[in-house]
Write a protein that binds this ligand. Structure first.
Ligand SMILES: *Cc1c(COP(=O)(O)O)cnc(C)c1O
Length: 447
């Protein structure tokens, strides 16, 4: 019953994966997809549905999991993680309550401890597996909101925010947009956050933070960042932690969607020194760890703080604070920890360090090869996996568009210090020095 359908899926997946190294990267679609938009009246055999869908979607797919996609911060999928992801769907476990899947609940706990170990975070932290860093930021800030208000004698879960002694939120000038979104979702208001200026690499200035905090009374929620999306730079977490530590009612959150992985590589670890002093952390699996999409981790030092903010209960639900759903906003949920676990088991501590280090080395190579062109200016200190550059003529967007049309690789654009710039992120396990060389050669030719 299953074989014909799954064999077909296996073959179609194989065709797609085999096309990744050489298909035009980020091929722009200028024709409408041949997708039938009418709801069918009659059924179609399952294998045929899969084949038809694969054919109809193919022209509009982007080789984001391929070795020369350098847009945003985009990892691919390690083979073992993709295989494990198939197991997630095949076993179809609901990791809301332990009783629904003791195996996956236990696996989440073990995997969470592994991630904390790799990132140098407190071993007893609660780790919730969520959709991505956006939701991990929501969880971290929700735990912070709950705890800070509880400290002021206010139960935000029951009484809401109207009339509450709302803590002051402090963020860096270069905080990620998902932090602002989390503040909006949590009723804390993105516009009310105090913004701390950043230095030329986008790092929050700890000296300014110190002065700002000195002028603020009452509870504060400080959001720092490990890995700015354009430069890869991390806020001076050690200094920030020291500044924040002097306060009674405070919470320090670190958004380290990709940057926190630096902690796993001995030669990059110094970039995030001090991260472990925070109260909550965000990290993505689907970026640098190269597991398939739908995987972020919300890590909170005090498990009671996150369960206070996230637990739900109903007479028919056998859920308590020990159940996986007590650490995340969702109730029903797929076994997101399985691909992470499989990736970590396959790579080992050394393999994760090697993956991170390799991407950083390739980013350095890209910066050197691009920077050798007289018309290209490298704008950042390439300390991690991000390269930020600009053609001297200021036509950054035109260059990126030409790169997209060419199809050798794909790079994104941003606005850095008021002017357009091109960003190149090396986050894929399968990228080789030859991929980087081909890509920088194409970019230089197009310039
Ligand atoms: C990518 C990123 C996010 C958002 O991650 P998603 O997984 O897309 O939700 C948040 N913060 C930082 C610093 C990021 O780089």
């Amino acid at each position: 019953m299953w074989d014909e359908t799954l064999d077909r899926a296996r073959r179609l997946a194989g065709d797609w994966l085999a096309s990744l190294p050489e298909r035009p990267v980020g091929r722009p679609v200028d024709e409408p997809l041949a997708l039938d938009d009418r709801l069918p009246e009659h059924g179609t055999p399952a294998p045929q549905v899969l084949s038809e869908l694969a054919a109809a979607l193919e022209p509009g797919l982007v080789a984001t999991p391929g070795p020369r996609y350098f847009g945003f911060v985009t990892g691919g999928s390690l083979p073992v993680a993709l295989g494990a992801d198939w197991m997630v769907s095949a076993t179809d476990q609901n990791v809301a309550a332990r009783v629904m899947s003791p195996a996956m609940a236990t696996l989440e706990e073990i995997t969470g401890r592994w991630v904390c170990d790799l990132l140098g975070l407190p071993a007893d932290s609660a780790v919730g597996f969520v959709t991505g860093a956006q939701m991990a930021n929501v969880v971290g800030l929700a735990a912070a909101r709950h705890a800070l208000l509880a400290g002021a004698g206010w139960d935000v879960g029951t009484d809401g925010l109207a009339g509450a002694p709302v803590p002051t939120v402090v963020i860096g000038e270069q905080a990620h947009s998902t932090i602002l979104q989390a503040l909006r979702l949590l009723g804390l208001g993105s516009g009310r956050a105090v913004r701390v200026p950043a230095d030329d690499q986008g790092r929050m200035r700890a000296d300014v933070l110190r002065d700002l905090l000195a002028a603020i009374d009452g509870p504060v929620l400080v959001c720092a960042q490990a890995g700015q999306v354009d430069t890869g730079a991390s806020d001076p977490l050690d200094d920030i932690a020291a500044v924040v530590a002097g306060r009674e009612q405070r919470w320090l959150h670190v958004d380290g969607a990709f940057g926190l992985w630096a902690a796993s590589a001995p030669a990059r670890r110094h970039l995030v020194t001090g991260a472990a002093h925070a109260d909550s952390w965000t990290v993505d699996g689907h970026k640098w760890l190269n597991v398939p999409y739908d995987c972020g981790m919300a890590i909170v030092r005090d498990p009671a703080a996150v369960t206070a903010a996230m637990s739900l209960s109903a007479a028919y639900l056998p859920m308590g604070v020990a159940d996986p759903s007590s650490r995340v906003p969702e109730s029903s949920r797929r076994a997101r920890a399985l691909p992470v676990h499989a990736a970590l088991r396959s790579l080992g501590r050394e393999g994760v360090a090697d993956l991170v280090e390799r991407c950083c080395t390739l980013a350095r190579q890209a910066a050197d090869e691009l920077g050798a062109h007289p018309e290209i200016e490298i704008l950042n200190d390439v300390v991690l996996n991000q390269v930020l550059f600009r053609p001297r003529g200021d036509d950054a967007r035109e260059l990126a568009a030409a790169v997209a049309r060419d199809g050798t690789c794909w790079v994104g654009t941003t606005v850095w210090r008021g002017r357009p710039a091109v960003r190149l992120s090396v986050s894929n396990w399968s990228t080789t020095p030859e991929d980087v060389r081909r890509s920088t050669t194409a970019i230089r030719r197009l310039l």
